[in-house]
Design a protein around this ligand. Structure first.
Ligand code: FAD
Length: 281
């Protein structure tokens, strides 16, 4: 089912990464089954920028679709693939009736060399040109700006350009202060960007790990959260992190947001605790 066509409905979605072993994939399927109670509009499966996870991404995408009958979106990064490789991957998804692709550039390879497209918009354009009837295209967006963007003016200019190539919706990078998201929505409105922008929610279940992710992708963790979490034990971080995420989601819902996308890290407990509490399905 094309995600662009169902975003008028209120709902949730979940992101997973593709485990490499059959055993871990089975565990992921159990996680997805637990989350299925909340009838996700879609689930998505990430992709390694260097192409390192392609076979696992394909496998997990098909297992979630065929075994759990979920509406699945495959992430695809273009920076390290030739056009021919991208055609092959997209043809695979087309032949297996996967309707949704999250079109991404991927992080720059450490050696600075890229053989594929330079930007996310190139992949959107490629899909639109060669697979227009086959996929609904989503893109990434960055409420605090992408780390490579010098300022928000730059960010919005190229985000609009990417959207104008044919994206039907965008999913945001994690953020922990909703003000950034609301300001971003205002900037989108001013820029005449009219596609649905879905907030990406990352519950802080492990302070060290999430702080590292956040600093890598330029997401600010407010001092109020850092100071409340930094000296707690693992169990209390989990509890407090879930509490923060509940407040964050409640505030988003109160402000009219109809859709929440959870970065699950392949675990269901935090997301389930949040969903139980906010009563949103
Ligand atoms: P782009 O849209 O190309 O933007 C990257 C930078 O280039 C920005 O600063 C932008 O302003 C600038 N830019 C864009 N167009 C131009 C232009 N024409 N001229 C000059 N500058 C330009 N990574 C993975 O490896 N696998 C995943 O599965 C994955 N999933 C993600 C899911 C979400 C929801 C998000 C938010 C990110 C995800 N990422 C993933 C991370 C993503 O690959 C990185 O953030 C990457 O660095 C940028 O990808 P992009 O498609 O947003 O890039």
């Amino acid at each position: 089912m094309r995600i662009g066509k169902i975003l008028d409905n209120k709902g949730v979605s979940f992101e997973f990464f593709p485990p490499k072993t059959q055993k871990d994939q089975d565990i992921l399927l159990d996680t997805a089954k637990n989350l299925e109670t909340y009838k996700p509009l879609f689930v998505s499966v990430t992709y390694g920028a260097g192409g390192s996870t392609i076979s696992y991404t394909k496998e997990v995408v098909l297992r979630l679709k065929n075994e759990l009958k979920l509406n699945v979106m495959a992430h695809l990064t273009c920076i390290s693939h030739t056009k021919e490789e991208l055609f092959d991957i997209l043809s695979f998804y087309k032949n297996h009736n996967i309707d949704n692709i999250l079109a991404l550039r991927g992080d720059m390879p450490k050696d600075g060399k890229n053989i594929g497209c330079n930007h996310g918009f190139d992949l959107v354009k490629l899909i639109k040109t060669h697979f227009d009837d086959d996929f609904c295209i989503g893109v990434a967006c960055y409420p605090e700006g992408h780390p490579e963007s010098p300022n928000m003016e730059w960010e919005m200019k190229y985000f609009k350009y990417k959207v104008d190539q044919g994206a039907s919706f965008a999913i945001s990078q994690m953020f922990f202060d909703n003000t950034y998201f609301y300001e971003f929505l205002e900037l989108c409105e001013k820029a005449n960007i009219n596609i649905p922008i879905i907030p990406g929610i990352m519950p802080i279940t492990n302070f060290k790990q999430i702080s590292k992710f956040a600093s890598m992708c330029g997401a600010t963790i407010p001092h109020s959260i850092t100071s409340a979490l930094e000296n707690l034990n693992e169990e209390d971080v989990f509890k407090k992190g879930v509490e923060f995420a509940i407040k964050q989601c409640e505030n988003l819902i109160k402000n009219g947001i109809k859709h929440l996308h959870f970065y699950t890290l392949n675990k269901s407990k935090a997301t389930l605790d949040i969903l139980k509490s906010i009563n949103f399905s």
